[in-house]
Design a protein around this ligand. Sequence first.
Ligand SMILES: [Zn+2]
Length: 285
Amino acid sequence: MAYFYLRFPEGKERTVTFSYDDGCPQDLRFSDILSKYGLKGTFNICGDGLRGEKTIPKETMEEYFLSRGHEIAIHGYYHRAPGRVRPIESIRDVLDNRIEHERKFGRIIRGMAYPDSAVSFFTDANDYETVRDYLKKLEIAYARGGEYNDTFDLPTDWYNWKATAHHNDPKIFEKIEKFLNLDFTKKTYVGSLQSRLFYILGHSFEFDYDNNWDRIESICEKISGKDNIWYATNIEICDYVKAYNSLIFSADGSIVYNPTLYKIWFDINREHYVIEPGETLHLAY
Ligand SMILES: [Zn+2]
């Protein structure tokens, strides 16, 4: 019997992702910065009916987001906080946004960032369990909230995914330093060998408001270019972790079968293992 640890593609222990909301024009410049540093991000975009003339044209979004490997995700057609409106209104806000994106871009779109006060505030008509329940029925894969979790742990609840930091977090450089220096060779406690995530959120219009494009450039420079980090979009991380969680084991853990279409890495006793789609491995550990 041993502890198994998820590893990201190529056996990496760390992943980094970005999540930027609202679909504002500054997203294009931000996309240039992400791509310059080989980073991946998720752009959470509301409905055309809300953004009106400010909507970034479809072809531009395809060029700056999709063709560069970034993700387009849902942010509520009219940016309605699920906790503040009746469930039926929020359901429509999510579904209309999803259908519009999917028809426009001709692809499946299942990621989401909650708009407004996310799931940190509820009126009498609503509660978190209700929101999570209808998002599952709307086949949303994950939803990012507005709260933070700086433990670098992967989410345990995909419907309240907490980021590590906002880009204006005064301690962000300290946190990045700590993340880059995590030591996966020493076992200090059981959780210390878990793979870790650094998740940065914000709105790209804030770089203009705060006149701090240099700050995000420094953040991207510092966290990029590392062989031991998997740079991925939110949905790529979500899908990979869910694939790992779909591995099927024998009762004593000595046989593992991969029923997914993902090549999956994991560690046992600090040894890397990799299992191909459809493969069964007999583990000797
Ligand atoms: Zn927003």
